[in-house]
Design a binder for this molecule. Structure first.
Ligand SMILES: Nc1ncnc2c1ncn2[C@@H]1O[C@H](COP(=O)(O)OP(=O)(O)OP(=O)(O)O)[C@@H](O)[C@H]1O
Ligand SMILES: [Mg+2]
Length: 755
């Protein structure tokens, strides 16, 4: 099971860093108490009061057994009514004190407990804000949430019930003293209690500690799974994954059951061994004590008082033993909390880092290399200079490293080698806050908080006035829409901004970025998930507001950036071509090929459908032999199909009867792994890519599933339509069918469908 590492965030493996073995040693009960003391420090005075209250309670507790001695040895034999009355009066007063003092102490303690827990919670949350993005991409959310839920609950439980542990501990100390005062010989016998009672817990407690940590891990794993499952409901339903999800949960749950049972049994054993010791000793003291009375070495009153005190002692020990499991559980939870607190942020402000003034000249990537792990470089030798005020675009296929480049510019990560410079200053030498204050970013998916639209925009610069918010909304061309809503700027955005359309969300995000008045506007696929008409409108807005700023746009869709001053084409982390759109087209290289792939479609903006130009069809391998006339006949037979995000277009194993061309959108191609049965993404396809061409020839089962990652507009050609055309071209038909069969075999052997 994964755990959060104690070292540099960067030493991460598979999601969450594994701690060095030495540090995996579970926190013991003493470790927990030491840790707790640190949190108690600011409240020393109040805790001292609680402590005093406990001492008073303890004194009253001890009075009851002691009064036996006076009553039996003096009041009863001497028939002394005055002594009797005093004793009873004393006890009643003590009881009153006990009740009132206890009440005050309980109140104070409850307050302190709440404070302590809120301190821990705040500390963890504060720490989370300092951790860099890398931590979040590696760490399962459930692991983090568990720190706030089950782990903290264990600590809470131990603190809240601490009086059950502390009070008896005090009783223990006092009764031991009193026992010796009553009769030191019998007291020595009673001291056998320590080895008898403590040997079991000593052996078992470390095991229970490990079991507790392991149970906490199991709980975090379960939370992670539930949280993932809840988020994935659309995929679960679309793919009928309910049974496999239930099975996966069943496995986790069964595992957690085992861990719980182990801890439960170890805890019970600790209690039981302690109790056994107490029982044995009680019998022993009774025997020795009665013999001493018979031999005239002790009075009956002393023996009675002794027995009563010893019962107090046993009870106290019994209570402490019962409290131990709480402590053990809490130690497990606290260990995991401290573990998270000790994760060091990867990206930090260097001591003495200066403020970065508004970027005036340029941003430069100098021989930048970077990888999320040591094994796989994601960016290689990137050398790019972006002059202030320019419009620069980074384009390339999915996974080519475009977003990573932006992450380095934002300093979410630092380059492995090389440097990113702003006006000649290494980004590592300036504060993160000052750097980011000059960058306005719009991502493909922008998080809107469920608060008013006004506050959502204001996030761009929290000190901005209402008037400035409205102005930013106007610049982003969303003001009119907002004012048209019944609640205007006070409208709630809904969870994750769910009450707005994709285009409206993007405009809010743009307003947010404008409000920052950034010298550099950064867009990462900011419009590519929108429909063509909205995309064009928003791109116009962006072009207007970016006139006086540097605009860095990352996209896979070339039509958005044809006007850029410079376009960089990335391939597997390297810049392979750069220049203006026309220059790149003239070069007839990878950019020109990508351009041809994405063009050749005519979009009807108002109806949301598309046509393909006949010549464009020639780039589909199966169709490349068709002549112009045939292509002209074929093109109108393509039908437009719109798919929402997270939909399955074709399912592995289903019979296939259509070819699809993606006009706009991104899909993933996934195939189930015959060994594990799990789906694995084998490719991402985007604008201009096609899939399913073999289905045009014969009824072969689909070799992979295709699922939309964004809303998609596709053109599809049914087999019937194609064969109908081929029937009139018999020579060509034989050739095409032969080739298709050859390729079908290739596909089955592992080659995957792509453009
Ligand atoms: N947090 C991460 N941890 C590990 N690997 C990552 C992480 N983010 C991205 N990668 C990998 O780095 C490579 C580049 O990813 P990046 O997101 O920069 O690509 P992209 O060009 O933006 O692609 P897309 O067009 O799909 O957004 C990919 O191979 C991706 O799998
Ligand atoms: Mg990206």
């Amino acid at each position: 099971m994964a755990s959060i590492g104690v070292h540099e965030e960067g030493t991460a493996s598979a999601g969450i860093a594994a701690a060095a073995p030495a540090e995996r040693k579970p926190m013991g009960m003493l470790g927990f108490l030491a840790c707790l003391l640190q949190y108690m420090r600011p409240y020393r005075g109040k805790f001292a009061l609680v402590f005093l209250g406990l001492l008073a309670e303890m004194a009253v507790n001890a009075l009851v057994p002691l009064s036996f001695k006076v009553l039996i040895d003096r009041a009863i034999p001497e028939r002394d009514g005055a002594v009797f009355a005093w004793v009873i009066l004393g006890l009643v007063a003590g009881a009153l004190l006990f009740a009132l003092g206890g009440l005050a102490r309980d109140y104070l303690y409850a307050e302190l407990t709440g404070q302590l827990l809120s301190d821990i919670r705040r500390r963890v949350f504060d720490h989370l804000q300092k951790l860099s993005l890398g931590f979040y991409t590696r760490t399962e959310m459930g692991e983090i949430l568990a720190r706030f839920s089950t782990d903290l609950a264990a600590v809470d439980n131990a603190i809240a019930s601490a009086t059950w542990g502390i009070l008896p501990s005090f009783d223990l100390a006092l009764t031991v003293v009193l026992l010796f005062l009553l009769d030191w010989r019998l007291a020595l016998v009673a001291m056998l209690i320590w080895p008898l009672v403590l040997v079991g817990p000593r052996i078992l407690a470390p095991r229970a500690g490990r079991a507790s940590y392991s149970k906490k891990e199991g709980e975090a794993g379960t939370i992670t799974l539930v949280q993932e499952n809840v988020g994935a409901q659309s995929v679960v339903k679309a793919y009928g994954l309910e049974a496999s999800q239930i099975a996966a949960f069943g496995g986790r749950n069964w595992d957690l059951r085992g861990r719980s049972a182990r801890l439960g049994f170890l805890n019970a054993l600790i209690e039981r061994t302690a109790n056994l010791g107490i029982l044995v000793l009680q019998i022993l003291i009774m025997a020795v004590g009665v013999r001493m009375v018979l031999a005239g070495e002790m009075t009956v009153g002393t023996l009675t008082a002794f027995q009563a005190l010893f019962i107090t002692l046993s009870y106290a020990l019994y209570n402490v033993a019962q409290y131990a499991p709480n402590l053990i559980q809490a130690a497990g939870g606290m260990h995991r909390i401290e573990e998270l607190l000790s994760v060091a942020p990867q990206v930090t402000d260097r001591p003495g880092a200066g403020e970065l003034p508004r970027i005036a000249r340029e941003i430069a990537f100098k021989e930048v290399r970077f990888g999320y792990s040591d094994r796989q470089p994601v960016l290689r030798d990137v050398d790019v200079t972006i002059p202030s005020g320019a419009f620069v675009a980074f384009v390339g296929a999915s996974g080519s490293g475009k977003s990573t480049l932006i992450s380095l510019l934002m300093r979410f990560y630092d380059p492995t080698s090389g440097a990113v410079l702003a006006d000649g200053r290494d980004l590592r030498d300036v504060t993160q806050a000052s750097l980011r204050s000059h960058l306005g970013v719009v991502f493909q998916e922008n998080f809107l908080f469920n608060t008013t639209l006004r506050e959502n925009i204001r996030l761009g610069r929290t000190q901005a006035s209402d008037a400035e918010v409205v102005e930013a909304a106007r610049a982003a061309e969303i003001e009119e829409f907002i004012l048209g809503l019944p609640d205007g700027f006070d409208t709630l955005a809904g969870e994750r901004g769910g009450r707005l359309s994709g285009g409206q969300r993007q405009r809010i995000a743009i307003a947010r970025a404008i409000l920052r008045d950034p010298s550099v506007l950064v867009l990462d696929e900011a419009t590519s998930a929108l429909d063509a008409a909205t995309e064009a409108a928003i791109n116009e807005t962006i072009a207007r507001i970016a006139r006086s700023r540097t605009l860095i746009s990352v996209t896979h869709r070339l039509s958005s950036v044809v006007h850029a001053d410079r376009i960089y084409l990335l391939d597997a982390g390297k810049v392979i071509e750069s220049g203006r759109h026309e220059e790149l087209l003239a070069r007839e290289g990878a950019y020109a090929r990508l351009w041809r792939k994405q063009t050749g479609f005519v979009l009807a903006h108002d109806r949301g459908d598309a046509r393909v130009e006949p010549e464009r069809l020639r780039s589909i391998r199966l169709l490349e032999r068709l002549d112009v006339a045939a292509l002209h006949e074929l093109a109108p037979r393509f039908a437009s199909e719109n798919f929402a995000r997270d939909r399955t277009i074709v399912r592995e194993g289903d019979p296939g009867d259509k070819l699809y061309i993606i006009v706009r959108g991104t899909v993933e191609v996934a195939r189930s792994d015959p060994e594990s049965g799990r789906e694995r993404r084998i490719a991402t396809l985007q604008d201009g890519d096609y899939f399913g061409e073999i289905a045009l020839i014969g009824n072969t089962p689909r070799t992979a599933s295709v699922r939309t990652l964004t809303d998609c507009l596709c053109l599809s050609l049914p087999r019937g339509q194609f064969l109908d055309l081929l029937d009139r071209l018999p020579d060509l038909k034989t050739e095409i069918v032969q080739e298709a069969e050859l390729r079908a075999r290739g596909l089955a052997a592992g080659e995957h469908a792509s453009a």
